[in-house]
Each structure stands twice: as structure tokens, then as C-alpha cells.
Design a protein around this ligand. Sequence first.
Ligand SMILES: C[S@@+](CC[C@H](N)C(=O)[O-])C[C@H]1O[C@@H](n2cnc3c(N)ncnc32)[C@H](O)[C@@H]1O
Length: 326
Amino acid sequence: MSFRPTCSLSSHKLPPSSRAWLARQYRDPYVKARMAFPANYRSRSAFKLLEIDHTFHILDQNNVRTVVDLGAAPGGWSQVASAKLGWAEDVPFPISSKPPKRLVSGYGLKDKEAARAGKAKGEGRSARSKKAGKYEKTEGDEDAIDFDPLADDLDAAPRPVGRGTIIAVDLLRMEPILGVKTLQMDFLSPEADEVITQLMLDEPSADGKADVILSDMAANFTGNVTADRHASLQLSESVFEFTKRHLRPAESAKKRKAGALVLKHFVHPSSGTFRKQCLDPNFRLVTYFKPPSSRAESAEAYWVCLGWKGVQSSHQPTLPPARPAS
Ligand SMILES: C[S@@+](CC[C@H](N)C(=O)[O-])C[C@H]1O[C@@H](n2cnc3c(N)ncnc32)[C@H](O)[C@@H]1O
């Protein structure tokens, strides 16, 4: 469902669950903050990465040049990474408790102008969004917020020239972001590694290694606890296998805490085993982190892993490695 700040909360036409969702959105300071800032984040998730980076300084390092963003759509984390690598205006932090009024009450000024322009051409917001191939929020992806792709004006001058590149992978199509190469594919497919590697090697002086790997991937929840846990663990295992091949070890970056992995997971009994077998032995520091912007009622959390040792883990995946190609 779209978030429309002008919707009436008391509308009896809405089912109770939608009214509760809207009420929560109204109260949510991150939803307001997202609309207030010039970065015009595409998702509320952007704040989770800002908070992670504010605490661990993963992207705030000059030596960070290649970032892989797995499960990137609609693009909030990629926007943050793009700004941190200097491709876009950097983003304010910490989150202001009082975002500018004119923007909190509706869409950003730029969006309003774009909306007016669209209207003049006889196009409504939804028609324009459809034409531009707008990210469609999927069920369970409640941190995605409707955004107007036309509001991210990539042609606006002057363009900052950033360093390095971000490779964003998702099952879903993503609108372009400066400094970001987007790849629409299933990360679990057998060909994913090769295609991502190719993109990494396309860069001048690239060696196919990433300085930072981010995974905010979340499998679609089915409601079947066993199947959902399996899917979540399978994603974690696959990201770890990818990390073994592509994360630049701290030693070669000559920084103790270089080589960073941020991995989303959903708390369940096997996740502790995964951490002990795969993460703890291979990183200098592994921290379980629940960003303040992650909803308390959500079982999601992140492992923030710093200082990749480049060690090949002896851990054998407990699950079938990859989904067969359909
Ligand atoms: C919570 S959203 C990510 C939000 C994103 N970090 C942002 O800031 O906008 C999770 C994403 O994981 C993607 N995803 C789940 N399984 C995937 C897979 N096997 N391959 C690629 N993407 C996947 C979903 O399509 C979804 O867009």
C-alpha cells in the first residue's frame, strides 16, 4: 500500500490493518525524516545503513572503492553508499527530530514541481511512475516507501565525481543512481557470481575484490516457520560463500578493520551456529547490531563484521548451496 501523508486516518473505508499501518507511518520519525532530506531516500531502510555506518565507519573510509549491495531495491542503501563515495550530496546525520515543515507535510519540493510538470502534460503521478518503471513494493517489504523516480534528477548539474563504484543486485528492477551499477538478477542463481565479478572487473585497476559487502536481502516470508528459516539461512550462507571469494582481506588493505560485511539475518536457532562457524573465525570483530530505526517488533538484525582475515572457512553449508535455475 502507498503511503500518502494526506490520507485520513479515520477513514472507515480502510480496513483496520491499513489504518494501523498508516497511523504507525504518521508517528514514525524515520518516515518523516526520509521525506525531509534532499537525498530523498527511496526507502526507510536507508536510515539503518546510516546508523550502521555512523557506529562502525564502514563506508567513511577513503580506501573504500568497491561496494556490493545485495538485495538493493528500491535503492536506499545504494543511495547512502553513493553519497559516502562522493557521487552525491552527503546525507545529514544524526536524524533531525524536526525536519523542515514544508517537506514533512507532503512530498519534497522537487517532487511537487515534477508532479506539476507531469500534470501539465496530462499525466498523473501513477502514470508517470509506471512509465518510468517504478519499483513496486512487495508484500512484507514494509520499509520501502513510494518514491517518484523523476525526483532523482540525474541530469541536474553539477554532478559530483565520486570514487569507485557500487554494484547493486536485486530480483527487482531499480532506478538508476549515480555511481551505482544495477543488476536485476537472483543472487542465488548459479550465474550470479560470474556476472557480478564481471561488473567488478569492468572498473579501471579493479581486481574483482570488494572493500565492503552489504546484504539487506530478505526472502519472501511464506508464514511457514521452517521454510522461512531455511530461506533466510540459505541467503546468509550464499552471501558468506560470495564473501570468501570477493571480500578484500584487511591485510592487503593495510587496515585492521578493513574488509567489511554487513549481513541482515532473522533471529532463529541456526543463526548462532552460522555465526560461530563462519563469521567469528574469519573476521577480527563481529557485532550483532539492531539499528534504532529497525522496528522493535521485527526479528531482523544485522551482523556487522570487520577485518576480514581472508581465511577459507572449513564450514560446509548445511543447506543445498543454490536454488537450481528455473
Ligand atoms: C528489505 S529489501 C532491501 C531494501 C534496500 N536495502 C533499500 O535500502 O532500499 C530486501 C530486498 O531483497 C531482495 N531479494 C531477496 N532475495 C533475493 C535474491 N535471491 N536475489 C536478489 N535479491 C533478493 C528483494 O527483492 C528485496 O528488494
